[in-house]
Design a protein around this ligand. Sequence first.
Ligand code: PGA
Length: 250
Amino acid sequence: MIKLFAANWKMHKTQAEAKQTAEDLVRLSAALPPGREVLVIPPFTALSATMAGIGGAGRFHTGAQNFYPATHGAFTGEISPAMLLDTGATFALTGHSERRHVLGELDAFVGQKTAFGLAAGLKVILCVGEKIEERKAGQLAEVLTRQIRLGLADVPKDVVPEDISLAYEPVWAIGTGLVAGPAEILEAHVLVRKLLEEIFGAPARRMRILYGGSVKPDNAAEIIALDNVDGVLVGGASLKADDFSRIVLA
Ligand code: PGA
């Protein structure tokens, strides 16, 4: 399985900053090992600039942090999958914890978006993960089961497995410096794989499961080597090309 190294820039970077960071990243990652690819996920306004910075470098892709599940219409402030594809973006996130917990997106809406984005031709990364109080209450399995079942409810069973990835991002590890330990990551990723197999059968083994939450240059190698970890989704440590290139080369 090709490992995916994704940079989620969140609400950071102007067009000029995005282009420069993308250019630097491509240059610093020239020795990208085989079997790896890189995805940069800037704000909408910097998608084209990021694409320009990548300059056609092989195995580098762009993606969006969000989209609305409709082709067009009266949805003030929203962006359609076709508009993203038009910038050259090929991936998009759904269900990121900040969309769920800051912007109030519910499981059913995340599911609607995931299915719509895939049908529209995007590769979708569905993000799931438990809050600290849910973990403490022993609800890890319950939360992941709900988020995955509802998040994938409308995805056709014959979806191209490479088009859908899951990102396990424990909410308590996002932007906090608290990385999940190897045992916690292994446990969650086995559970995610099992749920995917229940839904899709054997092709689920070809779906990537990424880990996200305080991935840094000094812990990336250990995380990426774990069973069932097919990539990483990186926030804070992806903003500087120097840091993120050390992660993609780790
Ligand atoms: P972080 O964010 O790497 O800053 O913890 C990860 C994410 O939100 O995708």
